[in-house]
Ligand binder design. Structure first.
Ligand code: DAH
Length: 374
């Protein structure tokens, strides 16, 4: 490049131009020296701005171009451009060297001692809510018995929440003071906040062919609020439909569930006859609370029964061919039983102190092999 400059100088032997090419050369050596002398990234940036910045020395030379005689402009412009690329390349190279040096220096000084214990970060602060934990525990238990998880919406049709479940039009559970209704639609039909997870039974039977084996965990809503009731709570529904399903299967399934859930070898259970419009027969299930350290006390944990033939027929299944059982369990209640939570309202209060006490660490994922609640 320098040779080229000289050549230019020789072919244009005017005094002014020679001055300018000499200026360029000395500017080049000054800048290259400054680049070589910059000791850190801030210094190299300062050199760059002073040379190539808007008001930098090289940029100013370009502005001078206009004042040169026309015959010199082209050659001078080319020479300045060459200067510019020489300086740019030198800047880049120096910057790379300095960056590599900075990295080496950081690596030498910043050492991680991997033998130290893990610092408690945000992960150790966060907690899994006991309700979520219990959902996961129950899903784990039923998945092991071959159930899959089904879902339905919180806002449900009156038909699926009540009618298809054989709940008559005048049934008390349909009344306004128990059920949250949405504003009626133009055709007069009303949507409801589902009052139980049982409509997921209907959704499943309408969309799947037997054999069916599902559980449906989720939120449910009832117009109720006191020490043991909140307007929103959680249930888990179970449904098994096949050609030869009987009450022995129901009892075995619930007994296995209770043993696994309460993590004990044996649970005494009591099946009390009860009535639900969607079962025939229907039963409420109590457990002997010695499983949770309160012997002699019976605690009701769920409703269950054989699916009513009318419900099967409502879903297009032939009751002569198919039978099945269903159950519905209050999830918050059994979470409280298992983990000794005294007041239901605290479960939904969102108090971090409560969460710190009753919550679970995110890595404590319940598994049957590793333990559900350990
Ligand atoms: N849906 C009932 C309730 O919310 C609980 C229930 C009872 C569900 C019996 C069932 C069942 O599946 O068979 O009170």
């Amino acid at each position: 490049m320098l040779g080229y400059d000289r050549q230019l100088g020789r072919s244009n032997p005017t005094y002014g131009f020679r001055m300018q090419t000499d200026d360029l050369k000395s500017l080049e050596s000054i800048l290259l020296a400054e680049i070589a002398a910059s000791g850190d990234l801030a210094a190299i940036e300062a050199v760059r701005v002073a040379a190539l910045g808007k008001k930098g020395r090289v940029s100013e030379l370009m502005q001078k171009l206009g004042s040169l005689p026309a015959d010199q402009r082209k050659a001078f412009g080319a020479a300045v451009n060459i200067l510019k690329s020489t300086v740019t390349a030198a800047l880049e190279q120096r910057k790379t060297t300095l960056e590599a040096g900075a990295l080496t220096a950081r690596l030498a000084t910043e050492r991680a001692d991997i033998t130290l214990p893990v610092r408690p970060g945000p992960l150790a602060e966060g907690r899994i809510h006991p309700v979520s934990q219990v959902f996961d525990e129950i899903i784990e238990i039923f998945a092991d018995m071959g159930f899959s998880v089904a879902e339905g919406p919180d806002i449900e049709t009156d038909d699926l929440n009540f009618t298809k479940l054989n709940i008559p039009p005048d049934h008390p559970s349909r009344q306004d003071h128990d059920t949250f209704y949405l504003r009626p639609k133009a055709d007069g039909s009303r949507m409801v906040l589902r009052t139980h997870t049982s409509p997921v039974q209907i959704r499943t039977m309408l969309s799947q062919k037997p054999p069916i084996r599902i559980i449906a965990p989720g939120r449910v809503y009832r117009s109720d609020s006191d020490q043991t009731h909140t307007p929103m709570f959680h249930q888990i529904e179970g449904l098994v439909i096949d050609e030869a399903t009987h009450m022995g299967h129901l009892k075995w399934c619930l007994a296995e569930f209770c043993k696994a859930f309460f993590e004990v070898d044996d649970v005494k259970m009591r099946f009390r006859s009860s009535h639900f419009p969607f079962t025939e027969p229907g039963m409420e299930v109590d457990i002997d609370a010695s499983a949770i350290g309160k012997p002699g006390k019976w605690l009701e944990i769920l409703g269950s029964g054989m699916v009513h033939p009318k419900v099967l027929a409502n879903c297009g299944l032939d009751p002569e061919k198919y039978q099945g059982f269903a159950f519905g369990m209050g999830l918050d209640r059994i979470a409280m039983l298992k983990y000794g939570i005294p007041d239901l309202r605290d479960v939904f209060a969102g108090d971090v102190r409560w969460m710190r006490h009753y919550g679970f660490l995110p890595f404590d994922i319940p598994t049957l092999a590793g333990g559900l609640s350990s």
